[in-house]
Design a protein around this ligand. Structure first.
Ligand code: MG
Ligand code: ZN
Length: 240
């Protein structure tokens, strides 16, 4: 439980560990959580409908902090320059640092600061898209707050969720955070330029990702060298 923001990383499949059947507080809390999730899902449905009308392809990018979401976006934006309008919603607890990097790379960005919050919600995305006022046919990247847990449980209205992991992390991440890998359509394995210096086994990571989600696609790339970007850009162009 994220006690700071009161967010509710309980997956619907999970049995609540209330222990005591007379635990009124715990059951009330679950009811409040269910209502919050239903409200978010409703807003996410509105977002999805608006994106369809605007012919906007929206992707929700999720990873732990430091896996390279912003670096991947910077290189992606430079590749897509002049081909299609790109918009980015940057979610971080504090600062405009990442939005400034994205703007320098050539895309329009809106920064959302969640304060103590640890994930983006559909309402925040709806307000950010209003400010972006995107052109039809655009590509919208929603960079979620760095966190492999609760962002997986909040629908933002995106067309697909993308999970990013870097080779400086453990190759067993899919096994440790199965909800995230189950929710994602694509897994990007970043920082492949560092493979000679770490014990990360990309084959094992792919295998563990497929064990929790047989439909997931995995692409290895390096935002630093550009290796693997052809496959990622091809995947992107196949979406819209
Ligand atoms: Mg970032
Ligand atoms: Zn959260």
């Amino acid at each position: 439980m994220c006690t700071d923001c009161g967010c509710h990383p309980h997956h619907p499949d999970d049995t609540p560990h209330t222990g005591d059947p007379g635990d009124g507080y715990a059951s009330r809390r679950l009811l409040v959580e269910a209502a919050a999730t239903a409200a978010n899902d409703e807003t996410a449905r509105h977002n999805r409908e608006a994106f369809r009308r605007q012919r906007l392809t929206a992707l929700n990018l999720m990873s732990s902090p430091g896996a390279g979401k912003t670096s991947i976006l910077e290189r992606t934006i430079r590749h897509l320059a002049g081909r299609r309008p790109v918009y980015v919603i940057e979610g971080d607890q504090q600062t405009r640092n990442d939005a400034e990097r994205i703007e320098r790379a050539g895309a329009t960005a809106v920064q959302i600061n969640t304060g103590s919050g640890c994930h983006l919600e559909a309402g925040m995305v709806a307000r950010a898209v209003e400010r972006l006022d995107p052109l039809p046919g655009g590509l919208l990247f929603i960079e979620n707050v760095g966190n492999l847990v609760c962002p997986a449980m909040f629908d933002l209205g995106e067309q697909a969720k993308v999970v990013i992991i870097s080779v400086t992390e453990g190759d067993d991440k899919p096994e440790k955070y199965p909800y995230m890998f189950r929710a994602a359509r694509l897994c990007l394995i970043n920082k492949t330029d560092l493979l000679p210096y770490v014990d990360f086994d990309p084959g094992r990571c792919r295998q563990l990702a497929r064990a929790v989600n047989p439909h997931i696609t995995c692409i290895e790339l390096s935002a630093r060298t550009g290796e693997g970007f052809d496959a990622w850009l091809q995947w992107l162009s196949g979406l819209a």
